[in-house]
Ligand binder design. Structure first.
Ligand SMILES: NC(=O)c1ccc[n+]([C@@H]2O[C@H](COP(=O)([O-])OP(=O)(O)OC[C@H]3O[C@@H](n4cnc5c(N)ncnc54)[C@H](O)[C@@H]3O)[C@@H](O)[C@H]2O)c1
Ligand SMILES: [Zn+2]
Length: 363
């Protein structure tokens, strides 16, 4: 962690770029500090709901005429190349050039789309990410993965495009619906399981205060998660090794999202089910003792409820697993917990065991 005027900022150092993810109440008011000199026009990609909440704070920071706001309709169904092309056309109409800067201002869908737009507009312009959901703050906006969906799956078109900086202002979560907040909290739980037993213990002992969004606690949880993401991305930008552990709960979670057409569950909720299944799989594979498994299950349930997954078909989920883009040469890699704070990546698990874990956990 580096201190920037006594503000927690986490350094992400990749081959492509070194930058900071700043976690600070009020950083939304300091956007100009992060815009390099000689930047041309600024294009802010957002959704109407987010803009309605924060327009006054953002607009006040830009001299008139220097900011163009591009509206994206939001929702997984609109996270498509055709929408991105529309945004690029709007940039051209507003005289964008290679000195232009894109800002992603919204949830993970917006930061993914804005990042990809910046990655390919005139072969690449810089992007500044300002995530406004808990999920985007602790996960999506940090790490440079950008992309859009194809009919056959999520994020199948995309690019690694690291931002100039990530400005994380926990204050903006005040307007977030409770369900979205809880969904983001499942990614925080994930961080605890994969790498930080103290974070896990904090989520256990202060659950009531976390769910009541006590500010100091929210800031601490976001900072802990961003620190983990920044460390992991810095050591493995392209997910050849360590970065894979961020996929705990995502192998089965992605299959659940696909099987339910991305509408029944929020991303974090599908990951909650995926973590439950992966935890059971670790037990069945004799990698995790049942009392630790129970601790993980209890914590996930504490941050629920999530919509029930009971009627999902295990065979169909298994079939979906092998078409996931994380499947490499037909091998499904599972990230399985071995203790609180430590996971192992396991390839080639017996499909009967995977099926049993799915059946036993998705009830
Ligand atoms: N690039 C990555 O590494 C990465 C990692 C995880 C997830 N993702 C992507 O993130 C996306 C999910 O992101 P999400 O969960 O943020 O969903 P989202 O972007 O759909 O946002 C959720 C909803 O909250 C609204 N919203 C956003 N900020 C708000 C605020 N402050 N107050 C009130 N409402 C607000 C949004 O308009 C939207 O309706 C998925 O597409 C997923 O693939 C990417
Ligand atoms: Zn996720």
């Amino acid at each position: 962690m580096v201190q920037r005027d006594h503000v927690p900022a986490f350094r992400v150092q990749t081959g492509q770029q070194a930058y900071e993810a700043v976690v600070n109440r009020g950083v939304l008011w300091r956007i100009q500090e992060f815009i390099p000199a000689h930047t041309g026009k600024v294009f802010l990609v957002t959704t109407q709901d987010v803009w309605d909440h924060f327009r006054a704070s953002v607009e006040a920071q830009f001299p008139s005429g220097s900011l163009s706001v591009l509206f994206f309709p939001g929702g997984e169904v609109n996270k498509r190349l055709s929408r991105l092309e529309e945004l690029a056309e709007q940039m051209m109409e507003a005289h964008a050039d290679r000195t232009s800067l894109v800002i992603g201002f919204g949830g993970g869908i917006v930061t993914d789309v804005a990042g990809f737009l910046a990655a390919i507009f005139m072969r690449g312009v810089p992007v500044l990410q300002i995530p406004t959901t808990l999920l985007a703050q602790v996960d999506a906006a940090v790490g440079g993965k950008t992309g859009v969906n194809l009919k056959n799956g999520k994020n199948l078109l995309g690019s690694f495009h690291q931002p100039l900086a990530v400005l994380i202002d926990p204050e903006v979560l005040g307007t977030l619906p409770d369900r979205e907040y809880r969904a983001g909290m499942f990614e925080v739980i994930k961080c605890g399981v994969i790498r930080d037993s103290a974070l896990f213990a904090l989520l256990e002992s202060r659950a009531d205060a976390v769910l009541a969004q006590q500010p100091e606690l929210v800031d601490e949880l976001i900072a802990a998660s961003v620190r983990i993401k920044a460390e992991i991305v810095s050591s493995d930008e392209r997910e050849d090794g360590l970065r894979r552990i961020l996929n705990f709960g995502h192998t089965i979670g992605h299959a659940i999202e696909a099987e339910t057409d991305y509408v029944r569950f929020l991303h974090g909720e599908a990951i909650a089910w995926g973590m439950l299944a992966a935890t059971r799989l670790a037990e069945l594979n004799s990698m995790l003792d049942s009392s630790t498994g129970d601790r993980i299950r209890r914590l996930i349930c504490r941050y629920g409820p999530v919509p029930p997954a009971g009627n999902l078909d295990a065979a169909r989920l298994l079939a979906k697993l092998s078409s996931d883009k994380k499947t490499i040469q037909g091998k499904i890699h599972f990230v399985l917990p071995v203790s609180i704070g430590e996971v192992k990546v396991v390839p080639n698990l017996d499909s009967a065991l995977i099926r049993q874990a799915i059946v036993e956990s998705l009830q």
